[in-house]
Design a protein. Structure first.
Length: 171
């Protein structure tokens, strides 16, 4: 079982990657000349596959345990973040949006499973509340810094930066 402090720390990194990728993909799509309709379709892919696969993913985590889904989610998000930097183009942005959304959903289900499994019954309410705190604190400060990086250095560099931040998470 993973310690809850480690889980909460990785939640900050995963949430940062998720929010940073949403911003970077939309800016990258606009930079490539995509219409607002195309950008909106890309943004909807962050939620479409997680919506369709969420219940099945939860059952999978309950059935096979925590390790494999968390490793798979890390791999999916890492590849999805790297894809637009390695293969620039609108199609890679579509795959990145779907991959990051699905990978983050799988990660989040795994975290919720770990918090529930690793907490005593009387501590679950507090631990579930604490598991959301890292995401909330990262949301407010992270968006401003990512927006500044994207406007000051273009759209390709934040993709590489997010990829580098994401790879450190496995250490």
């Amino acid at each position: 079982m993973l310690p809850l402090a480690l889980i909460f720390g990785t939640t900050v990194l995963a949430h940062s990657a998720f929010n940073g990728t949403r911003l970077t993909i939309s800016l990258n799509a606009l930079h490539l000349g995509s219409s607002p309709l195309v950008v909106g379709m890309m943004m909807s892919l962050f939620a479409l596959l997680p919506m369709l696969l969420g219940v099945s993913a939860g059952r999978l985590v309950d059935r096979i345990g925590l390790r494999l889904p968390l490793l798979a989610s890390i791999a999916i998000v890492t590849v999805s973040i790297a894809l637009p930097a390695l293969v620039p183009g609108v199609m890679s942005l579509y795959f990145a949006a779907a991959g990051v959304g699905t990978g983050f959903m799988l990660f989040h289900i795994g975290v919720q499973h770990a918090v529930g499994e690793g907490s005593a019954v009387q501590d679950r309410k507090v631990n579930f509340g604490c598991s959301r705190s890292p995401s909330r604190s990262r949301t407010s400060s992270g968006r401003r810094s990512r927006a500044w990086r994207s406007t000051s250095s273009g759209t390709r560099r934040p993709s590489c930066c997010l990829r580098a931040c994401r790879s450190r998470r496995r250490c």
